[in-house]
Design a protein around this ligand. Sequence first.
Ligand code: AMP
Length: 249
Amino acid sequence: MKVMTAIKRVVDYNVKVRVKGDQTGVDIVNVKMSMNPFDEIATEAAVRLKEAGQATEVLAVSCGVPQIQETLRTALAIGADRGVLVQTDVELQPLAVAKLLAAVVEKEQPKLVILGKQAIDDDAGQTGQLLAALLDWPQATFASHISIAGEIATVTREVDGGVEVIDLTLPAIVTTDLRLNEPRYVTLPNIMKAKKKPITTVTPDELGVDPTPRLRTLKVVEPAARKAGVRVADVAELVEKLKTEAKVI
Ligand code: AMP
């Protein structure tokens, strides 16, 4: 069983992003970029399936600028066997990514595709669902456990107020939640090994996909700064303020 994972390169989660002066987006010049944390979890899940003898190959796929090769190398160091970079300088939105991934799926024929539940830069949370729709495959989003038996994947999903366990017939799409696993630490020997693993590059054109954006960003602004609090002398003053200022009682 071939397992494919989708990898997005995003601004590292430790970086506090700044909105550009012209409000067209956030400034990513000289900012540390890393693999989207949910995609690390996806890669770890795929590699664990291979280590358990359930997957024969793990393929990591990413779409975007050439520098993404570096992020794909991290996926290879975690244990993926091979990388595919769909290279383009066009700004990619979830529908375009889903179409590109669908085209790679048609070529590679994986039995399972694991994506992150969301990318932490745009917080769209759409790509896995769009990909399932384009391929007409079953999907399990927000997975906190995956087990495979024959042609069935049993997935535990994190839903409001509890968990849901569902069976999917392979081929299927799964998106990862935080509690699925804790990705391994990437060791130096594995980084060295990853340098020898193959990454092939294709273009959207070669895949027959037009990645042109459908949505236009009008403006990006910083969230409103939180106002400073006030200290009250006693409960009576607090109740008074709740009545007259906050008007909540
Ligand atoms: P989003 O729908 O943008 O929140 O992204 C959800 C998931 O889709 C991510 O966690 C990735 O697994 C995948 N994804 C998003 N953008 C890309 C991309 N440019 N290349 C590969 N995978 C992506």
